[in-house]
Each structure stands twice: as C-alpha cells, then as structure tokens.
Write a new protein. Structure first.
Length: 204
C-alpha cells in the first residue's frame, strides 16, 4: 500500500519538466548499460532539464552538478564514439588505489564545500554536497568505461533517492530507486564485456 501511495504522490506532484527529465534519465541508463554512445545525448537532455528542476527545489549543489554533467555528456560522447585515428573505448578496470584516492577527494571536497557554504548549500546541505562530489567522480568513471562505476552509483543513487524524497521530488526519488536495480543489470552487462576476448565486446 505504501508503494501505491508513493506512486500516486509522485504522479500528482510531478511537473511536465520533471517527468521529461525522469524519462530521458531512464533512457540514458538503459543505453549506457548497452554501451550505446547515444546514452550521452539522452544524458545531455536529462541534465539540462534537471538543472532547472533541482534549482527550483532548492537542491543547489545538485543543480550545479548538472553543469558538470553537461560537459561530461560531450566528453563521454567523444570517448565512446572513438574516431578515425582511435577505436571507441572499451570496458576496463581500475585497481584499489584510484578508488581510495577518489573517496578521499570526495570527502575532502565535501568537507570544504560544507565549511564554506554550510546550510546555504541547499535544502539538505550535507547530503546534497556529498552526493554531488561523489557523482562528479562516478560520472568520470562512466565516461572512461571503468567497470567499478556501478558500485559507486549504487550508493549514490540510494542517497539521491532519499534526497529527492525529502525535497518532495517524488518521481525523481522513484527514478533513483529504479536506478539501483538497473545498476546491478549494468554491472553484469559490463562485466561480461570486460571478460570477453579482446575485440569481442560490443561498442557503440
């Protein structure tokens, strides 16, 4: 019953812009799982819409993050498409060290951000700030097709779902919960590609 009530609340409180952002965001993830470079087009559209949605909801760090996402959508498109002089990127894995230093960088940036902005950062400032900086690193991992990006997104999506729910962005909260399921699908699909013989993996 709670799920039904949540779905009704999401439908009743969702604007057309947020609905379009949700739909294009879902399309992005589905295409990303398939390693289809067109995911970055969907990401660009979703990001542009969410820039408005998050700013209006008072999630200012998430809104600022969308500017970075717009740039990463262009970078990701170029990386995944390859070119006449280089092949499209393939799934790879990074060791423990890059992720450890990534965690340290996220923690340091979040602490500095919190110290400077404090409660002025948004409706739920600490969670907003932490998920923003973690997303910056995780998005870079996606663009470089690093397998472990899915582990980062699993945690990030759960936190952003809670953030959106607190901000009464119910459709977006449900989208991020759905993302947590698709993250597992994405991990399995990219794992199979990484395990495949050289040249056998799919690329867009």
């Amino acid at each position: 019953m709670r799920l039904v009530a949540a779905l009704r609340a999401a439908a009743a409180g969702t604007t057309a812009i947020e609905a379009a952002a949700v739909a294009s965001g879902l399309l992005y993830l589905v295409l990303a799982i398939r390693r289809d470079a067109r995911c970055w087009i969907a990401a660009f559209v979703s990001t542009a819409l969410y820039l408005y949605v998050f700013a209006r909801a008072g999630l200012y760090m998430q809104a600022a993050l969308q500017v970075y996402y717009l740039l990463m959508a262009v970078y990701g498109w170029r990386q995944w498409r390859g070119g006449s002089d280089r092949p499209a990127a393939a799934v790879t894995r990074w060791g423990v060290a890059p992720h450890f230093f990534g965690l340290l960088a996220v923690a340091a940036a979040s602490a500095l951000n919190w110290a400077v902005l404090g409660r002025r950062a948004g409706v739920i400032p600490l969670l907003d700030t932490l998920t923003t900086w973690a997303s910056v690193y995780a998005c870079f991992l996606v663009a470089r097709q690093v397998l472990e990006n899915w582990a980062w997104w699993l945690v990030i999506d759960v936190l952003i779902a809670a953030l959106c729910w607190r901000a009464e962005l119910y459709a977006s909260a449900l989208l991020y919960l759905l993302y947590t399921i698709l993250v597992v699908v994405g991990w399995r699909a990219w794992w199979r590609n990484w395990r495949a013989p050289a040249g056998a993996g799919a690329s867009a």
